[in-house]
Design a protein around this ligand. Sequence first.
Ligand code: AQP
Length: 343
Amino acid sequence: HKVIFSGIQPTGIPHLGNYFGALANWVKLQRNAAPEDELLFSVVGWHALTLPQDPKALQQARMDMMALLLAVGIDPKRSIVFHQDHIQNHTELAWILSCITPTGKLRRMTTWKTRLAVSRNANDESEVDDSLLNTGLFTYPVLQAADILAYKATHVPVGDDQQQHLELTRDIAEGFNRAYKTPSRLFPLPEYMTTPSKRILSLKDPSAKMSKSAVDPNSRIVLTDTPAQIKSKIRGATTDSIQGITYDPVARPGTSNLLSILAACTDDDVLEVAKRYHNRNHGDLKADVTEVVEETFRKPRAEFERLRGETEYLTQIAEEGAAKARSRSDATLREVRHRVGLA
Ligand code: AQP
């Protein structure tokens, strides 16, 4: 049977990328899972701390993310929904795993390299200044590995920006299995589950992915945007001045991104969608993208607004989820402690 695990950071309201790269896909998995499969979805508060957070805003964002998971259709009776930061097993396992993870592997993570690139020495471009980057930014892929391995997850549905981290998780699991091999391999090697929609790009800078933390709010469409906001953001999306519509992610990233969004919303193949727009213009495409995005977000938005005020209910769901997650991960940690000599 499968154990499916995934997480999302409480760093703001999810955008189209999170929706198609993660949330919508989780709901699909939940619907199609075999009765014996287990599903765990986590709001990963400790990961959010790798960037500066306002404590009050973080508190609110954690609660909001719980409401959002339910609003998009995660069913707490079928899936274990919980806050990562309620389960200390994650940090304990992360420590143990960090002690078998070479720093060189972490230094090769694209996410880390991107952080480094941003902090290049202003006077000397070739010199990288990592003195101000916090240690959590460097080691969080190990915490991610612990999130997954604490439940001996076999399948991890994440966007393709996370694929490298999952490969690291497999490496770490293999490293542990090799170092502590008696009586048998402890961790299954989790498989990456890709999403058909792949990466959704920023509406303003299609060389970057759509991101919650990008400075310009017009670069992303979030689940709580009103129809008017959706319309204006799509109207302002960066495209190109080439006539007609074609799907060409390299030469026409902005136009192709709009086609990908349309295809994701209508559950169509992007090349089929592109064919239909061949003789049409950017105005037509943008009008149709606006319509389908509005339609996609209408129900979850209304459900979120309703659930958001139900603090007691959300707290209860989080407590029930934590109890289940704790008992699963306690079992793994007992084995891990025993193997490493900390029983
Ligand atoms: N642009 C994207 N396209 C497709 N999938 C995406 N994901 C994120 N951005 C895109 C997927 O969303 C899931 C949850 O992500 P997260 O909350 O851990 O945040 P993140 O990956 O760091 O992305 P964000 O939204 O840009 O957040 P910030 O700005 O806070 O870092 C993951 O499965 C991810 O692949």
